[in-house]
Design a protein around this ligand. Structure first.
Ligand code: IFM
Length: 470
């Protein structure tokens, strides 16, 4: 398929995963800095203090993106660089960094796609309750307004949040991401407060006169029951509510799914008027797609989504412990992950390769939400155990993955879904959260000892492919 001439072809990144320099120019502490310091939280014991050193090497990285023929770059702003201290005072050096970065993109013909929150909450806000506290909503609106005023006239779009489901679920239900909380009730409240922050920020930015299109980025997954047994269908419904419906229904229908409380066992505290704010119309929806979910009553959580101590006793946790607030035990009932179908191809994350799922997600949005705005695929990619041989990284499985994703996207567009751009996750190998540097998602290899960047064969394929689309 030939994509429209003005279609965006980009690559996505996130501040904490690539910047490093986490004490430089007045940056404050984030929940991820703190989380990395606790032994056992990060698989390889690493942290984000150096990462890809993008804070210093950003001109080279932008040159690389330009060389790859890309016309868009997705990045996130680190909140602790902008408001490093609890008094909320603006750190001009932090704003200046992003201002230079955005100008650098514009000079190279890269449209800046900015995300305000990609998981690095200032630690001082966590100390006061983090996303569970409604006060954080006000603080987010203040932060969004500061960044919107400084950069809103130059960026191509502003996404409020990246993957609020991951913050809620991995950060507050399973406790494998910062801030490491394991409490389902907190997790659901965190979902509500992130969505409320999103809606309030969209309203505030519009009031400020910010012209950039405004939206949010969700990670979606079609959910298929493992069988037609009623227990498996219920497990699927539960997962679908937790990952997809809470967010999509909230944003586009202005209400949470009717079976939300029954299926999740907890309900958020909602104040009158919240749902109207959450469903404030937006200009675009970002969709991150990696894999489908399979709902099974016999499923066990993926070990990656368990804290170390819970991974060890996974085998013993076959009996449901319904009254416990221990997230892992609760997740046994969540039944998120099951064994993959025989013959399934998997990535280094243990994730099934299932391209049709992207088409399914996109068509599901079109079918269910008449008011959904144009879509961007804001992340799509795969981790593999790459090897550098004689200065080359031959990664045919990643190339095939990207080809499969782009073909599925093309099918969805042929079926009428309005998609405007595609961003590979990720331009560079980077800090893969609780898995540290052990998983490589980049189309560019990073040698972390020397910070040498080497485009992999998949990058060369992407460069060629994008060239044919112009
Ligand atoms: O690395 C993450 C990214 O930060 C958010 N989306 C999924 C990626 C791969 O796990």
């Amino acid at each position: 398929m030939n994509f429209p001439r003005d279609f965006l072809w980009g690559a996505a990144t996130a501040a904490f995963q690539i910047e490093g320099a986490n004490t430089e120019d007045g940056r404050g502490e984030s929940i991820w800095d703190r989380f990395c310091r606790t032994e056992g939280n990060i698989a390889d014991g690493s942290d984000g203090s150096q990462a890809c050193d993008h804070y210093h090497r950003w001109p080279d990285d932008l040159d690389l993106a330009k060389w790859l023929n890309l016309n868009a770059w997705r990045f996130s702003v680190a909140w602790p660089r902008i408001q490093p201290t609890a008094d909320g005072k603006i750190n001009q050096k932090g704003l200046d960094f992003y201002s230079r970065l955005v100008d650098g993109m514009l000079e190279r013909g890269l449209a800046p796609y900015m995300t305000l929150y990609h998981w690095d909450l200032p630690q001082y806000l966590q100390d006061k309750g983090g996303w569970e506290s409604r006060e954080t909503v006000d603080r987010f609106v203040e932060y969004a307004t500061i960044v919107g005023r400084a950069l809103g006239d130059r960026v191509a779009s502003i996404a409020t949040f990246n993957e609020p489901f991951v913050t809620a679920y991995l950060g507050h239900w399973m406790g494998v991401h910062a801030p490491g909380i394991q409490n389902p009730a907190t997790s659901v409240q965190v979902t509500h407060h992130q969505l409320l922050s999103h809606g309030r920020a969209v309203q505030a930015l519009r009031q400020e006169g910010v012209k950039a299109p405004l939206g949010i980025v969700l990670n979606l997954a079609p959910v298929h029951p493992a069988s037609d047994r009623s227990q498996d269908i219920r497990a699927s419904d539960r997962h679908d509510v937790a990952q997809n419906r809470l967010y999509l229904d909230g944003l586009f229908l202005g209400k949470y799914p009717e079976r939300c409380t029954e299926l999740l066992g907890v309900e958020p505290k909602i104040t009158e008027g919240d749902m109207e704010v959450i469903s404030t119309p937006i200009d675009f929806l970002g969709v991150n797609y990696y894999r489908r979910a399979i709902g099974s009553a016999d499923g066990v959580p993926s070990p990656h989504f368990l804290r170390k101590e819970n991974r060890e006793d996974l085998a013993q946790r076959q009996a449901p412990q319904s009254s416990s607030t221990n997230g892992a035990a609760q997740d046994k009932e969540f039944k998120r992950t099951v064994e993959l179908p025989p013959g399934a191809q998997i990535t280094a994350m243990g994730w099934e390769v299932y391209h049709e799922g992207l088409r399914e997600c996109l068509e599901d949005i079109k079918r269910r939400y008449a008011n959904a705005p144009p879509i961007y695929i804001t992340e799509s990619g795969a981790a593999f155990d790459d090897e550098m041989v004689d200065g080359r990284v031959d990664d045919p499985r990643r190339t095939a993955y990207l080809q499969g994703q782009i073909a599925a996207l093309g099918r969805a567009m042929s079926n009428g879904v309005d998609v405007r751009g595609y961003f590979v996750w990720s331009l560079l190998d980077n800090f893969e959260w609780a898995l540290g540097y052990s998983k490589r998602f980049g189309i560019t290899h990073i040698d972390y000892a020397t910070q040498q960047r080497t485009p992999k064969e998949s990058a060369l394929w992407y460069r060629h492919f994008v060239g044919t689309q112009r």
